[in-house]
Design a protein around this ligand. Structure first.
Ligand code: SER
Length: 983
């Protein structure tokens, strides 16, 4: 049975038990009322969306529901790559809301699992657990187990709250919500036959730990609300009605069967990746990278990680989650990066490949989850952009990391004695073999091919470990520096180092990060990572101390400071382009973050000047993309790296400089940023508190705000929001910025923080009167009236469940209004009226147009009447009317033919039209003429043939076309002879 069949069977089985199918909830944990469940990052179980139903706070469409829920659980992310762990999976569930309870739930589970008509699992391979004092569940399972010929004591085991109360740890630290004791079902997957005869709880626990029993299903008997308050340890617990749990209004059932796992069992597979859910994904991976799953165990692991992560990524994006630096977005970003890294390192994917694997996911799951296909463009584009950005970051940091790792390895070899290393065999060619050949340590210092060196060396750590217990480690400070300078992410450093057999001191990294954050506090609490460009050569004045830039741009937009780092950008031929990345000690330039774009402006020094066209940051450094505009020295463009290095070594650029932000542009940015806060507040007031920011762009010429909301806004809602924002602007409210506020205090004041966003202990809070209170590191106006007119341009969909508003302020909206007025004026001028009279004038014009059209129709009929002017001749007892037209159209020709034929039963009418290089013939034959043998279709065909064309039709009416205008007259003249021949 395939997984797809299993999904259908499950839903069908529960339909036969009176359940209604219900769609999967979003991976963003919204409940059925549209409220976000703040206790969770992702939807990880079928019951999440149904919490209001269990509580009796909302009424379900039916007391029995069944569905297949999309789930993401990231707790075991490090284990993904083995044969069983997944971050994305589907959970099949059946739910009762105050309807059936334990007895039926257990009976249904037993029937579905063991009945030949359904899964037909062998009862000998099943075991069950119940909560320790749930005698009822024990007794209910016992009936089935005994009927199948087994001793209940050998098959059903009582366990504690860690495994048999859901959610796990509900009494101590689990997420709050509806909960209850549960009963899990296990399948015997080991090669040896399942246990028979006496089998104790201890036997069961041992075999379960050894992975022989695989959990496939869990029935939860929902009865209580766990409020999240800790149980008083002094108060003894009684039964499972322990302190901290409030009874719910009724008893319910929530079950969850793992689709992938159960399909694995049913298919007799060793791994979830062998099921039909993954085959198309591996096929797409092979098309994208050339690697065929199954070819090599080491690389299979990487392929599995990619296959898991692509499913999670695709489903996340389809549910409106976008890669970012916080919360769900950060998890998504990490998954994408990890998969890309695996593809690049293990499968040799040199070009972006991850978005191509999407096709496999759609093939496997698109028939059940239509959003995957519907949102193809958004998904593919998001994956593609994220991979491209990540690859840029990698290029920049990679060489530095290799150098670091090689130097660690070298160092350790020196210290541990060379013996293990020298035992390595020489295999192949290259400098490493040369070195091995000489068996000399001094060669170690001359190695320049770090990658090759690391490959060779990673094989001998085990032997070195015998010599010395200490394994090689990359210092945290070093790992941090890579992140700080290049935006090289820690997890990537860890992965790459692990490949060389080297560990990273993650604690040391965290410490270095914290120190740097403290040093750069005031720059911005919201830490954003940006990749720097390739081919950089970074020089800093004080290279020992970790350089940091301090942002002073809240107060100054013109500031005298020092240049601390400069790195030229080279082209493909490795020649200087005249473009640099520079960094200032104190900088008035705002670095792109929190949606606000980076500042532009200029940097002037003695004898040189830079145009700054963007500002961004990597960890503690704020970088400017800059073009050398003036330089009193040699032309920098086209120099090669050594020459430019010499130039930089002279220190000519490391002088006092004056940094000036483009103020007009910055002011427009401030207007749009404050307006974004007002818009956020107005949306929450107008639409409800479920609205949260899902992304924003604050640019000088417009703003874009993405927010969570399930449906399109009605026009009057848009108008109301716009009105609220404009009212707040007109109130001329001062904007207060509270710097360096303890996070607790800001929260207490009710500041809006982005859910899942990582904030430091101290934050910056931006307050607009009573209207808005948000944590924010961006730039704002001093007083709302500076914003000017706020104008919403449109409201549209950004992703499923996410809406997007684009709007203008200040100069942008004035310009927009001017443009609109200009258009109106032009339109009015065309109609010789004033803009105010335009609707009336247009109405009038349309009326005239309608009348003109009618008149035209009338004239046409008249023209036809007067145009019917045919050559009439007698052919036997019949009459032949032939007319040639040199202009007009088919409609006119037909009308004329009608007119000529009207009231003449013995007439044959032929109208020819020669216009626009084409010939058309229309023929009508009256009933008397037909009786004499005249046939319109045959006649017109013969005539058209003469003009190089063809056609034909009925005896009474036919048309045909010709190609040769020169034959027009001759064709018409032939009509008479041809007609005679027909009679
Ligand atoms: N909520 C339970 C689980 O996740 C059963 O669906 O295991």
């Amino acid at each position: 049975m395939t997984a797809r069949e299993l999904r259908q069977k499950y839903l069908a089985f529960f339909e036969t038990k009176g359940h209604q199918r219900y769609p999967s909830g979003s991976l963003v944990p919204y409940d059925v009322t549209g409220k976000l469940d703040e206790s969770l990052l992702f939807n990880g179980a079928g019951m999440v969306q149904f919490k209001p139903f269990f509580r009796g706070a909302a009424t379900p469409p039916h007391p029995r529901l069944t569905n297949s829920q999309k789930c993401v659980r990231t707790g075991d992310i490090e284990s993904v790559g083995d044969l069983t762990h997944l971050t994305f999976f589907e959970m099949l569930g059946n739910f009762s809301f105050g309807d059936y309870f334990k007895k039926d739930a257990i009976a249904y589970s037993w029937e579905f699992m063991t009945s030949k008509e359904w899964l037909g699992l062998d009862p000998a391979r099943l075991s069950f657990t119940v909560f320790e004092d749930d005698d009822e569940a024990f007794a209910l399972w016992s009936e089935h187990v005994r009927a199948a010929g087994f001793e209940p004591e050998h098959r059903i085991f009582r366990l504690g709250e860690e495994t048999n109360y859901w959610p796990a740890g509900a009494f101590s630290n689990g997420p709050p919500g509806p909960c209850g004791p549960n009963s899990e079902m296990f399948y015997w997957t080991a090669k040896e036959p399942p246990p028979s005869g006496p089998y104790t709880r201890e036997d069961y626990l041992r075999d379960e730990a050894a992975g022989k029993w695989l959990e496939i299903w869990n029935d939860v008997f929902i009865q209580f609300e766990w409020k999240g308050t800790l149980r008083d340890p002094e108060r003894p617990a009684s039964g499972y009605e322990k302190a901290g749990l409030d009874p719910l209004p009724f008893q319910s059932v929530d079950t969850g069967m793992g689709l992938e796992r159960t399909a694995t069992v049913l298919g007799g597979f060793q791994s979830v990746y062998d099921t039909d859910l993954f085959q198309p994904v591996f096929a797409a991976l092979e098309r994208a990278t050339g690697y065929a799953y199954g070819a090599d165990e080491g690389r299979d692991r990487a392929a599995r990680i990619i296959a898991d992560h692509i499913r999670t990524a695709v489903f996340c994006i389809a549910d409106g989650i976008l890669p970012g630096n916080t919360g769900r977005g950060y998890v998504l970003r990490r998954l994408i990066r990890r998969a890309v890294l695996k593809g690049q390192r293990a499968l040799g994917a040199e070009k972006p490949f991850f978005h191509l694997v999407y096709e496999g996911v759609v093939e496997a799951l698109g028939d059940h989850y239509h959003e995957l296909g519907d949102l193809r463009d958004v998904i593919v584009e998001t994956l593609q952009n994220e991979e491209a950005q990540f690859r840029r970051t990698l290029v920049a940091g990679y060489d530095s990391l290799l150098k670091e790792l090689a130097s660690i390895a070298r160092d350790l070899i020196f210290r541990t004695g060379i013996s293990a290393f020298l035992n390595l065999d020489s295999s192949g060619e290259g400098e490493i073999d040369e070195m091995l050949l000489h068996k000399e340590t001094r060669w170690l210092n001359q190695i320049t091919n770090h990658q090759e060196f690391l490959q060779v060396i990673s094989g001998c750590w085990d032997e070195i470990e015998h010599a010395q217990s200490e394994l090689p480690k990359l210092e945290g400070e070093r790992a941090f520096k890579l992140y700080d300078t290049y935006g090289f992410p820690l997890e990537v450093t860890v992965e790459l180092a692990a490949e060389a057999g080297i560990e990273v001191d993650v604690e040391g990294y965290e410490m270095a990060l914290k120190e740097a954050q403290e040093r750069s506090r005031g720059a911005s609490e919201m830490d954003t990572v940006y990749g720097s460009h390739s081919g950089t050569l970074v020089l800093s004045v004080a290279s020992d101390a970790l350089p940091v830039s301090r942002f002073v741009g809240y107060r100054f937009t013109d500031h005298t400071t020092r240049l601390v780092q400069i790195s030229p950008i080279f082209d493909e031929e490795n020649r200087a382009t005249g473009r640099f990345q520079v960094s200032l000690a104190e900088t008035p330039f705002y670095a792109e973050s929190g949606g606000q774009v980076g500042d532009t402006g200029r940097i002037d020094g003695p004898g040189f000047a830079f145009h700054v066209d963007n500002t961004w940051k990597a960890g503690g450094l704020i970088w400017n993309d800059a073009e050398l505009a003036d330089f009193e020295g040699p032309s920098v463009v086209g120099m090669d790296p050594p020459t430019i290095r010499q130039l930089l070594d002279t220190g000519v650029f490391f002088k006092d400089v004056r940094a000036t932000v483009d103020l007009a542009r910055r002011r427009n940015i401030c207007r749009n940023h404050t307006a974004t806060h007002l818009l956020h507040a107005a949306l929450r007031a107008a639409l409800g508190k479920h609205v949260t920011q899902a992304g924003s762009l604050v640019a000088p010429d417009h703003l874009r705000f993405d927010f969570t909301h399930g449906k399109a806004m009605a026009p009057d809602e848009v108008a109301r929001v716009e009105e609220m924002v404009n009212a707040a602007i007109l109130a001329a409210t001062p904007v207060a910025v509270h710097e360096d506020l303890p996070l607790d205090e800001a929260r207490k004041a009710g500041a809006m923080a982005l859910f899942g966003e990582k904030y430091g202990d101290r934050v910056r809070m931006v307050q607009v009167g009573q209207f808005s209170l948000e944590l924010c590191g961006g730039c704002h106006v001093n007083q709302t009236s500076e914003i000017g007119l706020f104008k919403i341009l449109n409201e549209s969909s950004a992703a499923s469940g996410v809406r997007r508003i684009e709007a203008l302020t200040g100069e942008g909206s004035v310009e927009w209004v001017r443009g609109q007025v200009e258009t109106l004026r032009e339109a009015a001028a065309l109609l010789r009226t004033t803009p105010g009279e335009l609707p009336t004038a247009i109405e009038k014009t349309l009326e005239t147009l309608r009348e003109e059209r009618k008149r035209l129709e009338r004239m046409r009929t008249q023209a036809v009447d007067s145009g019917a002017d045919a050559d009439i001749s007698a052919v036997g007892e019949l009459e032949l009317a032939v007319q040639g037209l040199r202009d007009g159209d088919m409609k006119e020709a037909t009308l004329i033919a009608d007119r000529l034929a009207e009231g003449k039963p013995a007439r044959v009418v032929l109208v020819g039209l020669a216009a626009e290089g084409k010939l058309t013939f229309v023929c009508k034959v009256g009933p008397d003429a037909q009786a004499k043998g005249a046939h319109a279709g045959n006649l017109v065909r013969e005539i058209a043939k003469l003009a190089g064309g063809g056609g034909g039709g009925r005896p009474d009416f036919a048309t045909a076309g010709g190609k040769d205008p020169a034959m027009f007259d001759a064709a018409l003249a032939a009509a008479k002879g041809l007609l005679e021949a027909q009679l």
